[in-house]
Write a protein that binds this ligand. Structure first.
Ligand SMILES: Cc1cc2nc3c(=O)[nH]c(=O)nc-3n(C[C@H](O)[C@H](O)[C@H](O)COP(=O)(O)OP(=O)(O)OC[C@H]3O[C@@H](n4cnc5c(N)ncnc54)[C@H](O)[C@@H]3O)c2cc1C
Length: 451
């Protein structure tokens, strides 16, 4: 039986990032991934001159840990920055309206009624409160009123997280906003103070992808020196031993068992739940209770001349009230001009999510018809798309519902009884690639402190 320091189960961005941070120390690390390719949800697909992304299409970074990772890995050299476009659109009364990102112009936007604008002004005087159960809808309505929820934060939660603001936990889904209330007693005041501080500390916020798309990040991570990557290895059993873990997997060479001093499960929560079932049924219950949202991404290649809109922005998000099937759309070739051939554009629209889970089962015709009906209205598109690709995620994104921080605290409490076992995947600490890289650093530190 092989004997290693750390076995990472799952070769998505979470597992690969943990492996990268661990490789900076002198210990033996293996990554077992059930698929024949690494990357998990992340995959860039090049076809007919278009470059589409199955899941993450970019990294939006403001964390020093991620900047450090990019610098020390040498991956900076492979980065492509998002085009310098400021406009972010929201659908408002059946049309696209650009929402300014600066605080004062944002408050003055015609998006808000006079009553909505006044609501911004009284926000600093609303007393702070902490209720671990508070949902996004309750938190935003309490601080900023229903208009901000319905027209801006609601669409953000449904469009970027595929979640339901009426169920999503405010503290887990909006950690930066809720922290502003905690620290400054006010979101608007907090944003203002942060702007001033940021100017002084010059913290970086940047959005980027990689030459060749997000798969390049996976390929670079898969070359991390000192880490052994085992694609095609499915972990099927975990047993606790005195000094570590006996792990059994189905491999291309048949069933194999190894001994690992520490194990990281970087799989979806339901897989971790099944593996842990024989060890702790309560922990399994907390993991199984994490719901996921299904969603589809419809990528459309369209001739530039067939679109009336200038596409001078990152894309748009859709408030629920607008009654459109598309929750959001990224104008990929505006963000990264090399994503479509000359004279063409690439638009990636999102269907489904927690509020419309059945949309993931729509066939291609129905999906494209629904997206085109929306885009024709909003962007003034003539004719049919020239190129179509649809990615369906039946278990798209974990939903941070209910008292999510409480659920994670219970999970941590149970993990204390299983020393040397770690959970690191997108149901803990954020779904974004940025959060995955940063969370992996913390997990690696915890592992190294025990090694
Ligand atoms: C449509 C969509 C768009 C997105 N857009 C963005 C974006 O623009 N920016 C952003 O930052 N984030 C985005 N995200 C989020 C981000 O892509 C994901 O949260 C992240 O990629 C998940 O990584 P992970 O490693 O935690 O999980 P996964 O990618 O799901 O990886 C888990 C891995 O575990 C493996 N596995 C499972 N069971 C076993 C087993 N028994 N043995 C071995 N291996 C196993 C799986 O095969 C898989 O490879 C998006 C997500 C989706 C779905």
């Amino acid at each position: 039986m092989n004997d290693i320091d750390v076995l990472i189960v799952g070769g998505g961005i979470s597992g690969l990032s943990v492996a990268w941070w661990l490789a900076q120390a002198d210990i033996s690390v293996e990554v077992w991934e059930q698929d024949t390719r690494l990357g998990g949800k992340i995959q860039s697909v090049r076809a007919d001159g278009y470059l589409t992304e199955q899941a993450a299409s970019m990294v939006l970074n403001f964390l020093p840990t991620v900047s450090q990772f990019m610098r020390e890995s040498g991956f900076e050299a492979h980065k492509t920055l998002r085009a310098d476009i400021a406009n972010r659109y929201l659908v408002h009364e059946g049309r696209l309206l650009s929402l300014p990102m600066k605080l004062v112009p944002m408050i003055m936007s015609p998006l808000w009624s006079r009553r909505g604008k006044l609501r911004f002004l009284i926000e600093p005087f609303i007393p702070r409160r902490r209720d671990a159960q508070e949902t996004v809808s309750e938190f935003i309505t309490r601080r900023l009123g229903t208009e901000v929820l319905e027209k801006a934060l609601g669409p953000f939660v449904t469009g970027t997280l595929a979640s339901d603001p009426d169920k999503a936990n405010a503290y887990s889904v909006l950690p930066r906003l809720t922290a502003l209330e905690r620290r400054y007693g006010s979101l608007t005041l907090g944003v203002f103070i942060h702007k001033v501080l940021r100017r002084r500390t010059a913290a970086i916020t940047e959005a980027f992808s990689f030459q060749g798309g997000m798969s390049t990040l996976v390929e670079l991570l898969a070359k991390t020196p000192g880490v052994h990557f085992r694609p095609g290895y499915t972990v099927i059993g975990l047993e606790k031993e005195k000094q570590g873990w006996r792990v059994t997997g189905k491999t291309p060479q048949g069933e194999q068992t190894i001994f690992a001093r520490q194990v990281v499960l970087s799989t979806p929560a339901n897989v971790a739940a099944s593996l842990l079932e024989p060890l702790d049924s309560q922990l399994t219950k907390y993991l199984r209770g994490i719901e996921t949202a299904p969603l589809s991404v419809v990528h459309l290649g369209i001739s530039r001349s067939a679109i009336r809109h200038s596409l001078d922005g990152t894309g748009f998000l859709t408030p629920r009230k607008e009654g459109l099937p598309v929750t959001g759309c990224l104008w990929m070739s505006s963000l990264f001009p090399d994503r479509a051939p000359q004279g063409k554009v690439l638009l990636s629209a999102y269907l489904g999510g927690a509020l419309q889970p059945a949309a993931v089962d729509w066939d291609d015709d129905r999906s494209v018809t629904a997206v085109m009906a929306t885009l024709q209205r909003l962007l003034g598109i003539k004719g049919d798309p020239e190129n179509v690709r649809i990615d369906r995620h039946f278990q798209g994104l974990p939903l941070y519902y209910g008292n999510y921080t409480g659920r994670l605290a219970e999970i941590d409490r149970h993990l204390k009884q299983l020393p040397g076992l770690h959970l690191d995947a997108n149901y803990r600490g954020g779904v974004s690639v940025r959060d995955r890289i940063a969370s992996a650093c913390t997990t690696a530190e915890r592992i190294l402190s025990r090694a």
